[in-house]
Design a protein around this ligand. Structure first.
Ligand code: ADP
Length: 193
């Protein structure tokens, strides 16, 4: 099994690059943003609670997200591995993920951190807001999401760096160039299917 975290601020290209990684390496994609938006769309109790945070650009409480991830991992016992996109976003989530994977006798092998300057992030997200239909892609909420990222999520990279699992990849080039840099790192562990 090979488990990868794609790490980076909102607008760094995690979603786009995850799709490329999934089709090249046949990993099971787990995006907490997508899972939460699905719950919101179906108006489940979890979705109704999560929306209150998402619309303010705040992180959804750890216990909500961790429970969701746990059942998602259990749904794919035969997976070649997982790619986590937008998770973990706090130290508590990172520690919970380690415990979940340890229970399955596996671990996180690699964390790829996409590096993109803040100005470029805002530019991309505002551009996406014009077509995404996401209620959190307004300028006001985008600023809050980026702030929340630097306050709570960026420190999670230190956690993985301390375990020698972190690789930083330049994410401000075009999609193909960034993907090439990502595959260079993954290929050290796993060959494309
Ligand atoms: P982005 O990375 O562009 O902010 P996401 O789709 O990953 O977009 O997340 C959208 C929103 O969903 C976040 O602003 C947050 O409210 C919530 N969310 C997603 N993943 C998590 C997580 N792991 N922990 C807490 N909240 C999350």
């Amino acid at each position: 099994m090979f488990n990868l975290i794609l790490f980076g601020p909102p607008g760094s290209g995690k979603g786009t690059q995850s799709a490329n990684v999934v089709s090249t390496y046949q990993l099971q994609h787990i995006s907490t943003g997508d899972l939460l938006r699905d719950e919101v769309g179906r108006q489940t109790p979890l979705g109704v609670e999560a929306k209150r945070y998402m619309d303010q650009g705040l992180l959804v409480p750890d216990e909500v997200v961790i429970g969701m991830i746990s059942s998602k991992i259990d749904e794919s016992p035969e997976a070649r591995g997982f790619i986590f996109d937008g998770f973990p976003r706090t130290r508590a989530q990172a520690e919970a993920l380690d415990k979940l994977l340890e229970f399955k006798e596996t671990e996180i092998h690699l964390v790829i951190s996409l590096i993109v300057p803040e100005q470029e992030l805002t530019r991309r997200l505002i551009g996406r807001g014009a077509t995404s239909g996401r209620s959190d892609d307004t300028e006001e909420v985008i600023v809050k999401r980026i702030k929340e990222y630097y306050a709570k999520t960026e420190p999670v990279s230190d956690y993985y760096n301390a375990h020698s699992k972190l690789e930083r990849v330049k994410g401000d080039g075009n999609i193909e160039e960034t993907f090439r840099l990502i595959t260079k790192e993954i290929d050290k562990y796993l060959l494309p299917v």
